[in-house]
Every structure is written in structure tokens, then in C-alpha cells.
Design a protein around this ligand. Sequence first.
Ligand code: NAI
Length: 341
Amino acid sequence: MMLSRAIKFAPAARSLSTSVQNNMKVAVLGGAGGIGQPLSMLMKLSHPPAFVDEVAVYDIQHAKGVAADLSHIDTAAKVTGHDGEGELADALKGSNIVIIPAGVPRKPGMTRDDLFNTNASIVASLAEACAINCPEACIAVISNPVNSTVAIAAEALKKHGVYDPRRLFGVTTLDVVRARTFIAGKKGFDPKDVSVPVIGGHAGGTILPLLSRTEPATSFTDEERDALTHRIQNGGTEVVEAKAGAGSATLSMAWAGAQFAFALVRALNGEKNVVECTMVESDVTSCQYFSSQVELGVNGVERNLGLGDLSDYEKQKLEAEVIPELQKSIEKGQKWFHEQY
Ligand code: NAI
């Protein structure tokens, strides 16, 4: 029901694997960057049940050096390095998962949308390369503005006739990671015990933490709720300002990206009940792409768990702030793609 639009776009001619994956290969595009390096390292440090057999590090430059460095770590995963467009196909071939943190990050005073002009074409060209070299891979887009780049990647995949809405994800895990950390700090919980869905998009007011659904069950005063919501929505800006021009969140993002990638690995390996908040093509609101809790399976998205119960405060924010802005960003990405290609 919730995936009816998604199913409509699934290409009929492709044979989709329904069996569990072996020899898990993860490609990190932008692997020599601030996020890409620690993310590649976390892939190299993976272990069962989310073991990654091969990590392909790709960047326009310096990926071979990163790969050489990582390859000396005494874990079993194989690491390969690929520099420049001529080596992109080798990085992608045979990949089960492609993670894309390629592109420029924010500097103080910038919004994620200020990155659009540079990152839109980077994501479009990398998604096209995925369409050609690993059309059945799960693609996880980290590059900002995620609210637009997911739609751009979808259009690029559609152009090549290989778009499968079950296999394209916008990575919004860092918003969940921040929510768990900030709530734990406020309430004296261990962050690992905290569960809280964060829905919507990945920019300012489109990030909607559902504090009313926090587990362990707890209550917030209106002031606490407002302050926590604001801090979760602006966590990225907090880091950009603290780094004072030297980039945006890289280490926490690498951690979050790895958590998402490991969830995908476990699901592709056949583990059941793997649930993550992630931006996918969606019918749960009027936004074509929307982040909500999604159950992952051997083919990527197994089931969208939808919105669930929202408090009046959350309902109001969803309608007045999240949907209008996210919708605009999605349309901006789609319009851009069709003007360019
Ligand atoms: P960075 O500048 O440190 O690294 C980006 C890397 O991408 C560089 O190594 C660069 O050479 C590479 N690159 C550029 N064009 C490329 C291409 N065509 N193909 C392959 N690689 C290419 O930036 P950082 O800090 O790693 O951030 C990367 C992106 O992630 C930014 O757009 C940033 O806004 C975004 N981000 C997303 C978050 C999220 O929650 N989804 C959180 C934090 C950052």
C-alpha cells in the first residue's frame, strides 16, 4: 500500500535477486574525503553479522593512498583504491552497496542548499556510473543537500532504466544518532538504550525528531521538547561553526553512515526485522521522497513503516514546516536534472 508508487516504477524486465548476498562489496565514492576516509575504515573494521568482504575506495584523487593505508589494518576485508573517472567502473563492478559522500561540505553561514550547484552534478554523474556498472546495488546518498540529491540520483537511474525504489536511500542516520545522543544527555540515559524515530528530510526544519515516541518512555516539558528539536535540527550547523571553516560533520557522519551500511549488509544477508530511518521513495506523505522508519530486507526496502502516531506538535510541524520545504527541494532536484540531461 505504502509502496504502491514505488512498485509502479520497478522495472519489469530486470531479474532481481531475492537470495541472500555473499561476498559483500561496498564502494565508497568520495572515499578520500573527510567522511569517506573514516567511513572506509569502519567498513574495513566490520565484523559478522555485518562483515564486508571488500571495500572499494574511489575518489577523484588520493583514494589509492587511503586504500594502501587501510589495507595494512589486520582485519580480513580486502581494500582496493581507485583514482579518477577511468577507474570508477572497477570500483563499482560487483558492488552490493555504494555509499556516496562525494562533494563539497558546508562552511560557516552556508545552508545545505548552497551546495546544490556543485554537488548535484557530482551525484548525478556517480549515479549514472552506478546505473551502468552495478545496476542492482543499493545506493546510499550522503552528499548534501540530501533533500535534493536523492531525487537527482533517482532521475539519473531512471534515465538508464534501472531505477528500483527499493534500492535508493538518502542517509539521514546522523539525525537519529544526534537525537539519541542529545536525549540521552538530557535524561541521563545511555545513548545505546535510546530509540527515537527522526522523519522528514535532512536539512533544518525538514528534520523532525518524534520525541513523543522516545524509548525508554520519558516525558519532556514544552521547553525541553523545543530545545531538543531545535538542537537536533541544527546539529550539523553546530559542528560547521565549531570547525570554523574546516568542514562539516565527518567523524559522526562516518559513524552514522557505517551504522546504516551495516544495517543494509545484515538485511541483504537475510537478517529479519532490520529497521532504519532513511529517505526513500514514499507514499506516506505528499513528498515523493521522505525519511521514515523502513524495514530492510534482501532486496533493500522491504516495507515502509510509515509515520506511526504523532503528537499534535509533531503533526503541526510536519504539515507546516517539513512537507512544504522538502517538497520544494525534491522538485528543485528533479527540475535541475531535466534541464541538464
Ligand atoms: P570533503 O570535501 O572532505 O570530501 C569530499 C570528497 O569528495 C573529496 O575527497 C573529493 O575529492 C571527493 N569528490 C569530489 N567530487 C567527486 C567526484 N566527482 N567523484 C568522487 N569523489 C569526488 O567533504 P566531506 O566532509 O566528506 O562531506 C562530503 C559530503 O557529505 C558533503 O556534501 C556534505 O555536505 C555531506 N554531509 C552529509 C551528511 C548527512 O547527514 N547526509 C552529514 C555531513 C556531511
